[in-house]
Design a binder for this molecule. Sequence first.
Ligand SMILES: C[S@@+](CC[C@H](N)C(=O)[O-])C[C@H]1O[C@@H](n2cnc3c(N)ncnc32)[C@H](O)[C@@H]1O
Length: 322
Amino acid sequence: MSHDMPGSDARQKTRGKAATAVFPPEEQVYQSFSIDEDKARTNVHYELPVEFFKALTGGEWNVYSANTWNRATTETESQEEKLDLLGELMGLRPGMRILDVGCGWGGPLTYLSRRFGVEGVGLTLSPLQKAAAEERVARYGANVSIFERHWKDHTDDRPFDAVYTDEVIVHFNDLGGYFAKVYSLLRPGGLMLNKEIHYTHRRYAELTRAMVFVNETYGFTGNYRTLAEELTLVGEAGFDLRRVEPLSTAQYVRTVDNWSANLKTHRTRLEELVGRDTFRRIQVYLAVGRHSLKGSRVTLDVVVAEKPRVGSGPAMVAGPAA
Ligand SMILES: C[S@@+](CC[C@H](N)C(=O)[O-])C[C@H]1O[C@@H](n2cnc3c(N)ncnc32)[C@H](O)[C@@H]1O
């Protein structure tokens, strides 16, 4: 979810016509934390009860990111439609091996594994998510392994055909380091896919009170960027850019509307589970995100890049002969 949101700030100080928002360092975006701290902070959100998130996200696969609604009419269909798109963009074929960094409750990877006949490995920082994902994998008999592990700690003795992130890199401060890690985990010719919200200009990363509220929801691990910044880091890691697929933010608005409706439907039980304050916080969080997605300051994009094959030829296109 995006945390860009207009709004007045109680701590805004006005000097003449210029207004400067003052927020303490601990509330800032783009903070760098240790692996243990990344885990503790993101788990402020992801260690809420599994039942809460299952009710919130709905559908068969409990996807906690934007789904698409081109032909879909139900939550399960919209989740599968989006996952089919990601699978096609990664060129998945039976026998391939893929890594889902930030695998949530294992729904996306279980679906992709069965739909495309691939072997899956998933990483999460949340013990509750890991247990829920493993239960799902066993229920479907999917060829998937789940690890409670930071991407920085993941090593593998076999290369991957594709590595993907679906609305996860917001939590990564060292995005260049992440792309370098993915590069090292892929086979030559393997694909990296990232779907994320992007600012349309760096100026929109400036803190507002609403942005601080959203960033606090996931332990101040917010790192949204522009697409240009992301693509620069993709290139610096050595990837060849293959495709940038824009998705309509209206798709995300519809996804969020479903989540909000789910909260309303299950309100009594969910308030019991997480308490009224947390329930209310998530409602406001979704409303802030929806407002942002309706505006013009963010886009939703899928970036696909390839680890070059060895001896794949000159990078420069030859000019006309002199
Ligand atoms: C918004 S959820 C997205 C889940 C899933 N991709 C989906 O679309 O349903 C973010 C996920 O990223 C994981 N995550 C955050 N930081 C991580 C890190 N440094 N290493 C591995 N996983 C991380 C969280 O534990 C959580 O599972």
